[in-house]
Design a protein around this ligand. Sequence first.
Ligand code: GTP
Length: 209
Amino acid sequence: MTEFPLDRSDIAGVVLAGGRSQRMGRDKAEVMLGTDSLLRHVLFRLSPQVISVAVNADAVAEDVPAVPDRIPGKAGPMAGIHAAMVYGAGLPAITHVVTVSVDCPFFPIDLVARLAAALERPSQIAVATSAGRSHPVFGLWPVTLAADLEAWIATDEKRRVRDFLLRHDVTEVAFPLHPTRASLLDPFFNINTPDDLIEAQRWLEALRI
Ligand SMILES: Nc1nc2c(ncn2[C@@H]2O[C@H](COP(=O)(O)OP(=O)(O)OP(=O)(O)O)[C@@H](O)[C@H]2O)c(=O)[nH]1
């Protein structure tokens, strides 16, 4: 029986690092930002927020479990979210999984705490927003939704995470822009291209000053 408010010990974290990184031209998880790979940046941010972490990918260079997609085909990030739910369901005492994207190294350090605080019901999903935009890959998901998500993907594997959310009880949590010396950083800034990586390097420097 899920008790609210959720506690950190109820939640496993999964970094979504599948996909083809076509725009970057190489595996985004291994791309260096400053002295660390994107995957390490994201693991540093996520690890203190949850009881355990894993990476949705076929293999992982870091010392954390790899959670491969279980649904082959074109389901994209939804296959990763599904794999994360199934993974969480197999862990003792885990009721929810939080998913984050490997290409988003500046996500909020209070992401999980604020998503968890927003949940009111066992079947509810919490999703992050910033600057009026929703970030459905940054969600806190009940692991009990795995079968429902799998059945839904089976009906049309090309549908989007946003469409899945439309069928469910969702609460959105708005995160503020982050002040830096340069200007305001959207914490969900994500890196898809080599140009984005150059911009991320500037943000990293602005955050350090
Ligand atoms: N498990 C899984 N995750 C995916 C898949 N495609 C994308 N993702 C994840 O979804 C998030 C957003 O990915 P995108 O930037 O849209 O896609 P990408 O494959 O990483 O990059 P592009 O090929 O340049 O579009 C990232 O965290 C990806 O790791 C997929 O087929 N399977």
